[in-house]
Design a protein around this ligand. Structure first.
Ligand code: GLC
Length: 755
């Protein structure tokens, strides 16, 4: 152990802490994170700390290491990592979880390093910490940002109690290609919905004051356009226009920053020849120059090191210099900053100003998190055991899960299932599968906590209903040896619930699929079950749209249940037995075939829009041009009629607010929730515009026979686009307003915009 000067605790307490505390706002003063980071006291405190730091200690703040995760999922620090902490060579650690181990690591940093600067501990809390919520693509199906915010708040409470300060979330990448496994982690294909969800998740994680012990620093990722990978192949090239970048992929990040996100993660991919980790225009000109982002940028895992593969850097030292110059403040696991920057400074390839700029941003966030005031931030095993799996978190997870379920088909009232009689055959590889329902990126979630579909249905079934189970087949394997038992069960039952889909490892990172069909022999199993003549309810558990045209045509009912997390089975039973009337709506288009991809609702019209009656138009000759299920689609156990679209003016001028009213009536026999969506088309632009763009959604719950009026208010902000000269503007011209239950069923009206 090298000798430590007496600088750490006594000095910090005697000199630095009073300075920092003087900078802290008075109790109860609710300052948004941005002003907290730039208050004069903080700057003085950061300046004084910087003045004490050696070059090595500055570089140390810019380095993030991962604890080793063993099969027991317990993160451990190596002896070498502990020594690096003592040397002040570690600014952050990810994947170390658990109050006691985190507390000990922080103690080493605060008590045994020269300056005692606290470490910031990070983890991928993507859809829950120990209580696992539905994957983000599922919770986006709620079209309910407030609900999603509550879920992230609960996740933050659990994660911070376990010593985590920082989550590498929300993932806000727009994804138009469902072959890309990471579509599971985001809010789907639409920028407007994605922006609303991004902001809600940041608010949920960070709450209103980052220095609160249960506030979790957010980190929108992956900046930027990672979801635009060619072929839906993870990590692949992204080559898009500036207009597409700015209109489709950047807005959710901007929304997250506007919501106060204090960090951001750059992406692995290049954009039109420039990898994000070396993209100064992205990380500095846009992020800081245009958006005023005050926080810090962390690379993705070894993305700085991967600049050599990209061919942008010939050596690791060059990779470090170009990443730092571009605006990457912290190096996740590439070890480039730690190994290369000191010599680069000596050679003059990197300046101390560049180091100071990065370190200042990191220290500001550590201050904003209150880490200097209390490095342990309530990190206490007792807090942790009280917070994780709290009953209110499980109840919330169940509510989010059932609202995430999308009813795609329900013929002849197959659903809801009868409660008063009969035998329900529950079949399929995901019916009693706990681990896959956690979905990808399940943090500290455990299979033992999960209510499976079978367990949920059995718990919900009253005495008269008998729920029996047969697996039928695996998720991926080719065996049909279980078909016989499953079909025999189906034949002696009244209704079949076939729970099929993907394993969780088939979505998430490094999980792109070239086919979107049900894996293994599952489709054949469903065909055989339908062949028994019994009504079949197909429940999909998956992380992406699947191509299921035969099932869509022949099953009695189809339910999209995604990966719903710890309370999956309870939520599914609530919906299948009618305790909850399904209200989810698709945040992503379901193609008929993988050959249709890319297929998304907000596409351009082209010069030859598809026409089934005209060969010479833009379409495939072997498939209809429409998707299997469109964006925004979802059914209910009741029905709704949409009418009465009305605009309060035919002409809208600058600074006007256009009010749009629409009428919805519950024409069925059950109370239900409708999600009314508003789309715009701009036909007065000097560049081509999408045929539709979501610009509003309203959820309305109505009793049978009840009529509701929904109101949207549009300002010119909702009308703007990047014109021929890339100015963010709106031009005089005609606009079409479309309102309805999904993008394909709308009533429309027009208005004119005159500046
Ligand atoms: C990964 C992912 C990123 C994640 C990080 C830390 O490779 O791309 O989303 O946050 O590593 O686990």
């Amino acid at each position: 152990m090298t000798n430590r000067s007496p600088l750490s605790r006594s000095y910090l307490a005697g000199f630095l802490l009073p300075l920092l505390l003087a900078a802290a706002p008075m109790a109860g003063q609710e300052l948004p994170i941005l002003s907290r980071c730039s208050g004069s006291g903080v700057e003085r405190a950061v300046d004084s700390l910087l003045s004490l730091m050696t070059v090595d200690e500055k570089i140390g703040q810019m380095v993030q290491y991962s604890a080793e995760r063993d099969t027991l999922r317990v993160g451990r620090l190596t002896v070498a990592q502990q020594e690096l902490i003592r040397e002040g060579a570690v600014g952050s650690i990810l994947n170390l979880v658990g109050a006691s181990v985190v507390h000990e690591a922080q103690r080493i940093a605060v008590e045994e390093s020269r300056l005692g600067i606290p470490i910031i501990f990070g983890l991928d809390v993507i859809h829950g910490f120990r209580t696992i919520f539905p994957i983000p693509l599922a919770s986006a199906s709620t079209f309910d940002p407030d609900l999603v915010e509550k879920a992230e708040r609960a996740a933050a409470r659990e994660a911070t109690a376990a010593g985590i300060h920082w989550t590498f979330a929300p993932m806000v990448d727009i994804a138009r290609d469902p072959r890309w496994g990471r579509i599971a982690e985001g809010a789907g294909e639409d920028t407007y919905l994605g922006s609303a969800m991004a902001a809600a998740r940041v608010r949920g994680f960070q709450d209103r004051d980052l220095s609160r012990p249960d506030a979790l620093l957010a980190c929108p990722k992956h900046f930027a356009a990672y979801g635009g990978a060619e072929g839906g192949r993870d990590y692949n090239t992204v080559d898009i226009s500036e207009r597409t970048l700015r209109e489709v992929y950047l807005p959710p990040f901007h929304a997250a920053i506007d919501a106060g996100a204090g960090s951001i993660m750059c992406s692995f991919n290049e954009i039109a020849g420039v990898p994000s980790s070396s993209n100064k225009r992205l990380l500095t000109t846009i992020l800081r120059g245009e958006w005023g982002f005050p926080g810090f940028v962390v690379s993705d895992w070894n993305s700085i090191g991967e600049l050599l593969n990209h061919g942008i850097a010939a050596a690791r030292s060059e990779a470090g210099a170009v990443a730092l110059a571009a605006g990457v403040d912290m190096d996740m696991e590439a070890n480039v900053y730690h190994q290369e920057l000191r010599e680069a400074v000596k050679r003059g390839e990197v300046t101390t100003d560049q180091l100071d700029r990065a370190v200042r941003r990191i220290l500001r966030m550590k201050f904003a998190l209150g880490l200097f005031a209390d490095p342990y931030r309530g990190c206490d095993p007792a807090n942790e055991s009280a917070a994780v799996l709290a009953p209110e978190h499980r109840a919330l997870a169940r509510d989010v899960a059932r609202r995430s379920i999308v009813l795609l088909k329900n013929e002849k009232g197959v659903l809801p299932l009868r409660r008063d009689a009969g035998t329900v055959a529950v079949v399929g590889p995901l019916a009693d599968d706990a681990v896959d329902l956690l979905g990808p990126w399940s943090a500290e979630g455990r299979a033992e906590d999960v209510v499976t579909a079978l367990r949920g249905l059995r718990s919900a079934a009253t005495g008269e209903v008998n729920v029996e189970y047969a697996r039928g087949c695996g998720i991926r394997d080719s065996s049909t040896s279980g078909f016989g038992e499953a079909l025999a069960l189906a034949r002696r039952s009244d209704v079949v619930v076939a729970v099929v889909g993907e394993s969780r490892s088939m979505s998430g990172e490094a999980a792109s699929r070239s086919s979107l069909d049900l894996p293994g022999r599952q489709e054949e199993l469903v065909e055989a079950l339908v062949g028994t003549g019994k009504p079949v309810v197909v429940v999909l558990m998956n992380g992406r749209p699947l191509t299921i045209p035969w099932i869509a045509d022949r099953a009695g009912a189809v339910v999209e249940a995604w990966f719903l997390g710890s309370e999956a089975g309870s939520a599914l039973a609530d919906v299948l037995f009618g305790e909850y009337n399904p209200s989810g709506r698709l945040p992503v288009t379901f193609p008929r075939s993988v050959g249709q991809i890319p297929i998304y609702y907000n596409h351009k019209n082209t010069g030859r829009p598809p026409s089934e009656s005209d060969r010479w138009t833009s379409k495939y000759i072997d498939l209809p041009s429409t998707p299997l299920y469109p964006f925004g689609f979802g059914l209910s156990y009741t029905t709704f009629a949409h009418s009465g679209l009305a605009l309060d003016r035919p002409v809208m001028h600058r600074n006007d607010t256009l009010t749009v009213l629409a009428t919805v009536k519950n024409t069925g026999r059950r109370r239900g929730m409708e999600t009314v969506q508003l789309y715009l088309h701009n036909s007065g632009a000097n560049v081509t515009r999408p045929v539709q763009q979501l610009r509003g959604f309203r959820k309305v719950e109505l009793n049978p026979g009840e009529t509701g009026i929904v109101e949207f208010r549009l300002t010119e902000e909702e009308l703007k686009f990047y014109d021929l000269d890339m100015h963010w503007t709106v031009k005089a011209g005609a606009f079409q307003v479309m309102v309805g239950p999904n993008c394909a069923e709308t009533q429309s009206a027009t208005f004119e915009y005159r500046p």
